[in-house]
Design a binder for this molecule. Structure first.
Ligand code: ADP
Length: 586
């Protein structure tokens, strides 16, 4: 079977013998280009391109050397000799290349600099002149420079040199340019491949480094895909979750695993991962993963964030990265602290009750004695106030008020341990909230001379079912604070409103207020703000914590706002009818 080109060729030959020869020449040319094209395509690195180029050109001419100058920073010059060349010939070639390049749209090239970085791509026996070969060597007889272009962009220059004159036949110029084009594309491909390889190596290096960091992290790292399936756990995470007794590597999403697994903390972990998959960053969520029988079970603090794919119009979560921290030792310290506080406050209560009782007894006795003295000698020389008994009474009053202060502190500490242990029971009874507010206002007003406390009742009927003593404590704590944190005095308003089955109590003061950075923490235990060098406010940071526990226990809500002018307003709501009578726990 004849190929299409062969058929055309034979048809042509029969019609015209001369043209037939031309066709044979063209055919030979195509075959030649095809062969060298294949060699260039097969060239894997720049040296193979050089050798393919040399071989292709040597079929056209016999010459001394071919050189390739590539643009870049710095320029790269490769010299490919056909036989050993003298240093002077090499130097002359570089000089010629530098000046030819300036003609073909190249920035200025320093020939000396180029000579230093030029690369002689030759087998060893060709690299240096043979022994006995004159070092001055022959002069350059002919030279040909062709720009190397890829998609109309000049990427370099091909230069051919020979000792003899007239080596580079202008008839072969078109063919030489075609070969140069092949070489240019092959060199550009090599360059792109090298760049790609370098980037890949860099990425691989980064990947290895990241892997090492993740593996050696003390924190556990857990990564899921978009379905919530755990796809990666570092060593620390594996150790922390060793008690899970469930196979996370099964490729099952957490929500499915949760249905079949009996691991009690899995639903919580799933919830955290789902929140992060919904785009939310979750921080410091505690999960107890140890056995509940242990004194302090293994407790993890988990923070999770979505892994976002930002390639689309809107970033889309493609997974979750969660950091796990073992906080068991912190829990252990907290537990010891709580136990200590509970024991100490219990122990303090007994002597305090005794001190209070005996002080009261002494106060009454001295008061009785002073009454007797006053009745027996109404016109005495020494005023009653200056009698030794009066001094004693004043001292006892101080002891009494300090004991009461101490008693309040101890009672706050006891409340704290009860709230922590979930034992703060509420005793519900029916009463009028207005009465309780009036009572609290009266009691606080008695010791707040610089302040006026106004009761603003905006509700006609204030009947409520709640724990009267505990609510009194909430109002007392907030009112005490309103007085304490307005040291310049001023007005305090206690307002009662009703809305949708709730009473809202607001205590508005004109004091020092609270700056925004404390907003999220003010109801935390032992959280205190206003202790500066210039003013020390008494307190231990438990009043609001306990108040919140009591309000929460009633199914209400407590919060505060900064006033427009000065001071702050603390609000709390209490349902008019209780929904539950369950014991309090945080
Ligand atoms: P403390 O025993 O310190 O008063 P609390 O729990 O009652 O503890 O209050 C916590 C912190 O909140 C206080 O230390 C104080 O800085 C701030 N605070 C409470 N009430 C007010 C208020 N009415 N005005 C300004 N700051 C307040």
């Amino acid at each position: 079977m004849q190929s299409e080109s062969q058929l055309t060729e034979s048809a042509y030959r029969t019609s015209n013998g001369q043209n037939g020869d031309r066709l044979a020449a063209i055919h030979h040319e195509i075959e030649y280009l095809n062969t060298i094209g294949k060699r260039f395509v097969a060239a894997f690195d720049r040296f193979q391109v050089h050798h393919a180029l040399l071989a292709a050109l040597q079929e056209l001419y016999s010459f001394s050397a071919c050189c390739i100058l590539l643009k870049g920073d710095p320029f790269e010059l490769s010299i490919i000799p056909s036989y050993p060349l003298s240093p002077s010939f090499l130097e002359a070639m570089i000089q010629r290349i530098a000046s030819a390049a300036s003609v073909i749209d190249f920035p200025h090239i320093d020939a000396e600099q180029l000579a230093k970085t030029a690369y002689l791509d030759a087998p060893d026996e060709l690299a240096f002149p043979r022994p006995g070969h004159a070092t001055s060597g022959p002069e350059i007889g002919s030279c040909l420079n062709i720009p190397l272009t890829v998609e109309n962009r000049i990427i370099g220059m091909l230069s051919l040199f020979d000792e003899k004159q007239g080596t580079f036949d202008t008839h072969l110029l078109q063919m030489t340019t075609m070969i140069a084009d092949y070489a240019a594309v092959a060199l550009e491909n090599v360059r792109l491949r090298e760049r790609e390889n370098a980037l890949w190596r860099q990425a691989e290096l980064e990947r290895q480094r990241l892997k090492l960091i993740i593996r050696s992290m003390a924190e556990g790292l857990l990564i899921t895909d978009a379905k919530g399936t755990i796809v990666s756990l570092n060593q620390s995470a594996q150790q922390l979750l060793a008690q899970a007794q469930t196979d996370f590597s099964a490729g099952i999403p957490l929500y499915q695993l949760m249905e079949t697994s009996s691991v009690p903390w899995l639903p919580r972990l799933t919830e955290i991962v789902n929140q992060a998959l919904a785009g939310k960053t979750v921080t410091n969520q505690e999960i107890v993963v140890g056995f509940s029988g242990e004194t302090v079970p293994l407790t993890l603090s988990i923070s999770a964030a979505p892994l976002l794919d930002s390639s689309g119009v809107r970033p889309k979560p493609i997974g979750v990265v969660a950091v796990l921290n073992d906080v068991t030792s912190v829990k252990q310290v907290e537990r010891l602290k709580d136990e200590f506080v509970s024991v100490v406050s219990h122990e303090l209560r007994t002597p305090l009750t005794a001190i209070k009782g005996y002080t009261q007894h002494l106060v009454r006795r001295i008061e009785r004695r002073l009454r007797k003295i006053r009745n027996a000698q109404p016109e005495a020389e020494v005023p009653v106030a200056e009698l030794p008994e009066s001094y004693d009474l004043r001292s006892l009053n101080i002891i009494q008020s300090q004991t009461e202060h101490l008693e309040r502190l101890v009672s706050d500490l006891l409340d704290l341990s009860q709230v922590q242990a979930g034992h703060l029971d509420l005793s519900y009874e029916d009463f009028y909230l207005a009465d309780l507010l009036a009572e609290s206002v009266r009691s606080v007003q008695a010791s707040a001379e610089q302040h006026t406390i106004e009761l603003d009742l905006q509700v006609p009927d204030t009947k409520i079912r709640a724990d009267r003593v505990r609510l009194g404590q909430v109002i007392g704590n907030i009112l005490d604070n309103a007085i304490k944190y307005s040291p310049q005095g001023g007005q305090v308003i206690v307002r009662l409103q009703e809305q949708k089955g709730y009473y809202t109590v607001s205590v508005i003061d004109q004091g020092i207020g609270v700056s925004p950075e404390h907003f999220d923490h003010i109801f935390e235990r032992f959280y205190r703000i206003h202790n500066t060098a210039s003013h020390q406010y008494a307190g231990i940071g438990l009043g609001l914590f306990v108040a919140k526990a009591i309000v929460d226990g009633h199914g209400g809500h407590i919060w505060f706002t900064n006033n427009q002018g000065v001071g702050s307003t603390f609000h709390f709501t209490i349902p008019i009818r209780p929904r539950t009578t369950r014991p309090l726990s945080l």
